[in-house]
Design a protein around this ligand. Sequence first.
Ligand SMILES: [Mn+2]
Length: 214
Amino acid sequence: MSDHPDTLGSGADLADERIFDHAVHNRPYGNLRISGDLGLVIERPEGVFVAIIDVLGHGPSANTTARQIELLLTQPDLDVRDVTSVLRALHHALLDKRGCAAGLAWCDRATGKLRYTAVGNTAARCFPAVGKEVRLLSRDGTLGAAVPTPREESLTLSPGDVLVLYTDGVSDSFKLSDYPLLRGDSAEVVARTLVQRFGKTHDDATAICLRWKR
Ligand SMILES: [Mn+2]
């Protein structure tokens, strides 16, 4: 849903700062039109927040929980820069509902510093413009049920770097050599290609791509 960079503010304010290109692509399980996955990108003047969520199960009841999570994460007063606090808030909000796997990232626009935390079976991988891939770790568990002490990882993004996040409906075994254009394609094409090329047909499949434009 949030694949439009519509909250960037005036061009003059951000002329010297980095501009993000981002997109979310979701393909529901089977012939369903709704999904228990949620991909969300929220741009703020100070940076960008990314969430990849996989609610247990699929179909209407998983989708109801996914919509509730979306409402929580899009509250204007939520401090999305503190990804660990957001993860904890999500866990508490889900205690009487279906659980989920979640990966949450915040990237600071001025510095490129990225904070990331995740629980459960979602993936986050950074493909730098130069150098080797970095995989960000997720802890075992299920938000709403069993959560270990959240662990936060950090990384500094540089212009041209690509961050992809996806649910377990996308095969986790693809390599850059399976999709070499990942580093050059637009975020929209990358998100769609990951789902179409590496998506599994027996689960909801969602991919997010976040790239710093050069
Ligand atoms: Mn799944």
